[in-house]
Each structure stands twice: as structure tokens, then as C-alpha cells.
Design a protein around this ligand. Structure first.
Ligand SMILES: *Cc1c(COP(=O)(O)O)cnc(C)c1O
Length: 411
């Protein structure tokens, strides 16, 4: 069955998520397909930032910590994220960056597995995940060994010396989704802990950390959660581990009573000990407002539309571009997250040309063109039009113009 543009218009007309698009500020005429790198700006977030800056900071000044509840933001925002990842409200906090949270949870979790030294991850994991683990191994050479094992053999490498496995649930390049419940069970069967990186899962696919009995997780605030550039990240610690985990950054906001100004560190009970320093109030305010967009929507509906948009995009791009060297890098079935990637030998200039023609995706070295599917603000016709424009750029050879070959710092 091949669709046409009118079919896409009809799908938009009966789309239960169609009203959500109205909650975003989007540039006219642009088809934005990078919501997995930087989500779009919700209208209420723009309004909230204005209030947070002018009223809360500008007028309320330091009283904002109590009066505007700045001090609770990591927990309030954490509770909103918890709903999207199947966690308890007291199991998630919004704080720091994903990289820092990986460091904190990995080192902190060593206290949960005192006799075990091995940490396992897979090659091709997101670079920061690999780099942070390499740093931990170099920092604690007598305590930690690191094994980077191919996905196909990874579970076999988990043994009685394994303390922790770190995996990203949705692969940032291909969008392939790992079965969280199955992998968690297999890792825990050997007595090891699992830390899930949910950067490309949260707000993209239904996640059920409690249902999977996951131990630990981290994720991003600026991708599918639309928290804004450099938004705070989040971390999850299962209730059962919260009073044993030993955060390596023993900072004052994780202290049992920070405002006693004691000389001695005493970790707070519960999730609080995973805080570091003073919360980033402006970033948290933006993320807090952006999360309200999810109030009206059901993740199962988002997932259904995401897969449909992805399927249409694959069908339409392949029909136009297979002859121009596009090759699908993502799964065709529902083991695909909320993105579609294609291999192309000249990925960089092709993506630059697409951006110049109003289809914004991104390029991941060496040869991947990535297109995010964000059902809250993409219409079926957008997907159709994107495929059509991509076809035109390839057909006309516009991507071969020399200006598209010049590399920028951020791809
Ligand atoms: C985007 C992403 C990160 C980002 O980490 P930062 O500390 O926010 O830069 C980490 N892990 C994965 C899997 C990601 O996709």
C-alpha cells in the first residue's frame, strides 16, 4: 500500500495528538527532525522562562529559593519524569548532566557490589558513556576493570565478578531498542546491577523501569523532553538501593541537613544523596514547564504515531532515494525507537543540503543521516514533505555543491 499526500492529510485530521503541535513554537516552513538532539520549544516554556527571569529572579531575588520553591525543583521535575519512565516519584531527580550522572551512579553503585570489580558496556555506545567508564577505570585501577563487549556476546560476559552493566536502551545511531526487561533479568541473574541510559528513550518510547525491576538509570532533558539547550538531566535509583548507594560527589545538596552547615558529610536518606550542588534553577524551570506538554498525552498513543510516521518516512525515502545510495540503518519493525537513520557514503554534504532545503536532520560520523520522529509536533504531511524534499535534493544533485562539504564544529 503506497500513500499519497492526501492520505497524510487525512491521517492528520483524525490524529488524537494533532493539538499538541499547537503547544510548540516552530519556525515557519521548516521540517524539524532533530528532536532527539534538541527538542523544540514549547510555548509555555517561553512564558515560564520570562516569569522565572523577570519575576522570580528579578523581583523575588534570593527569597525565590523558598517563595518560588526553587529548592524543590529537582524533585518536582524528577516526579514528572518518573511518570514517563515507569518509576516512583521518589526514585527520580533532575540534576546535573547525563555524563555526570553516569559517573555518580557507576561509582556510587560499587558500594552495592563490594566484592565485584568488573564493569561491562558495549562498543559503539554513546561516546560519553564509554569515556566516563574509561575515566572511572583510570581513577580506580585497583577497584575497577572495564570490559567493552559486543552486544551479541555481552550477556555471556556477565559473571560473578561483574558489578555493573551500562547500556543505552535506544542506540543513538541506529535507533535500535534493547528489551529492557529481558536484559535486566539476565544481568541480575548473575548478581550484577544494570544502569540504563535512557537518553533516546525518555519521551520517545514507553519505558517501565519498575516493571523491568531496573536498578539504575540516567537520561537527557534536552532531547525528547524538550527542556532546552543544555537542560538538566535526570537519574533514577530504585528504592531498594537508595540507602546503600555511595555517591562519589559528596556535596552539600546531598547532605542530610545542608543548612546546618556542619563540617561533616552525612548523606541524606533516599534519592536526595545523589544531588550535588545548588540546583540550576533556570534550566530546571524550563524543563519543568516543558514536561507539562506530556500531561495531556498518553505514551502508548505517542508510540503508535511515532512508528507510523517512521514507517511512512522509510517507505517514502526508500522509494525516492535507494537509487541515490540511501540504505536503511534502523530496524524496520517496532524494535526501532523514535528515529530513522540511513547510511549514505556522502552523509555530511547530503545533510547540509537537506538543511538548506528546510529538512533539518543531523549527521553522525562516519556515514549516518539521522531523522528524529517527534509525534508531538510533527504532522503526517511533514513526514511526506520531508521525504519529497529529500528526493528532490538527491535527484537534482544539489548536495554536490561545494558549500555543503565545509564542516562546522557541531554536526
Ligand atoms: C545525548 C546523550 C548523552 C548526553 O550526555 P550529556 O552529558 O548531556 O552531554 C549521553 N548518553 C547518551 C546515550 C546520549 O544519547
Amino acid at each position: 500500500m503506497t500513500l499519497n499526500r492526501a492520505d497524510c492529510e487525512a491521517l492528520d485530521a483524525k490524529d488524537p495528538l494533532a493539538p499538541a503541535r499547537d503547544r510548540f513554537i516552530l519556525p515557519e516552513g521548516l521540517i524539524y527532525m532533530v528532536g532527539n538532539s534538541l527538542g523544540a520549544l514549547p510555548k509555555e516554556t517561553a512564558a515560564r522562562m520570562d516569569r522565572a527571569v523577570r519575576q522570580e529572579w528579578g523581583q523575588n531575588l534570593v527569597t525565590g529559593w523558598n517563595r518560588d520553591n526553587w529548592v524543590d525543583l529537582p524533585y518536582r521535575v524528577g516526579a514528572k519524569i518518573a511518570k514517563l519512565v515507569g518509576a516512583g516519584a521518589d526514585e527520580v531527580i533532575a540534576t546535573d548532566s547525563t555524563s555526570i550522572n553516569i559517573f555518580k551512579l557507576v561509582v556510587g553503585a560499587l558500594a552495592l557490589r563490594p566484592g565485584r570489580s568488573k564493569i561491562i558496556t558495549e562498543p559503539g555506545n554513546f561516546p560519553t558513556d564509554l569515556y566516563v567508564l574509561q575515566g572511572i577505570r583510570d581513577l580506580l585501577p585497583d577497584r575497577v576493570t572495564l570490559e567493552v563487549v559486543e552486544r551479541t556476546r555481552l550477556l555471556d560476559a556477565v559473571d560473578k565478578d561483574t558489578a555493573l552493566v551500562l547500556l543505552t536502551q535506544v542506540h543513538y545511531k541506529t535507533g535500535e531498542v534493547l528489551d529492557m526487561a529481558r536484559v535486566t533479568r539476565a544481568v541480575q541473574a548473575k548478581g550484577a546491577l544494570i544502569l540504563w541510559d535512557l537518553s533516546h528513550s525518555t519521551g520517545a518510547i514507553p519505558v517501565d523501569l519498575n516493571g523491568a525491576n531496573a536498578d539504575l538509570a540516567v537520561g537527557c532533558g534536552y532531547k525528547f523532553l524538550n527542556g532546552g539547550p543544555g537542560a538538566p538531566a535526570f537519574l533514577y535509583v530504585a528504592k531498594r538501593h537508595q540507602d546503600q548507594i555511595a555517591p562519589p560527589i559528596t556535596a552539600w545538596f546531598g547532605h542530610a541537613s545542608p543548612f546546618e552547615f556542619s563540617d561533616h558529610y552525612q548523606p541524606a536518606p533516599g534519592i536526595v544523596r545523589n544531588m550535588t550542588g545548588t540546583p540550576a534553577v533556570l534550566g530546571l524551570s524550563a524543563l519543568d514547564a516543558s514536561l507539562d506538554v506530556w500531561d495531556q498525552v498518553d505514551m502508548a498513543t505517542v508510540r503508535l504515531k511515532s512508528l507510523e510516521l517512521g514507517n511512512i518516512f522509510i517507505e517514502q525515502v526508500e522509494a525516492r532515494c535507494t537509487a541515490h545510495g540511501f540504505r536503511l540503518a534502523s530496524p524496520r519493525d517496532d524494535s526501532r525507537g523514535s528515529q530513522v537513520s540511513f547510511y549514505h557514503e556522502h552523509g555530511y554534504p547530503v545533510m547540509q543540503a537537506l538543511i538548506a532545503h528546510g529538512v533539518v536532520g543531523d549527521f553522525r560520523a562516519p556515514d549516518i543521516l539521522r531523522f528524529a520522529i517527534t509525534p508531538l509536533y510533527q504532522r503526517y504531511v511533514d513526514i511526506w514533505d520531508a521525504a519529497e524534499r529529500i528526493g528532490e535534493v538527491m535527484e537534482s544533485g544539489a548536495w554536490q555543491r561545494p558549500e555543503f562539504a565545509r564542516r562546522a564544529a557541531v554536526t
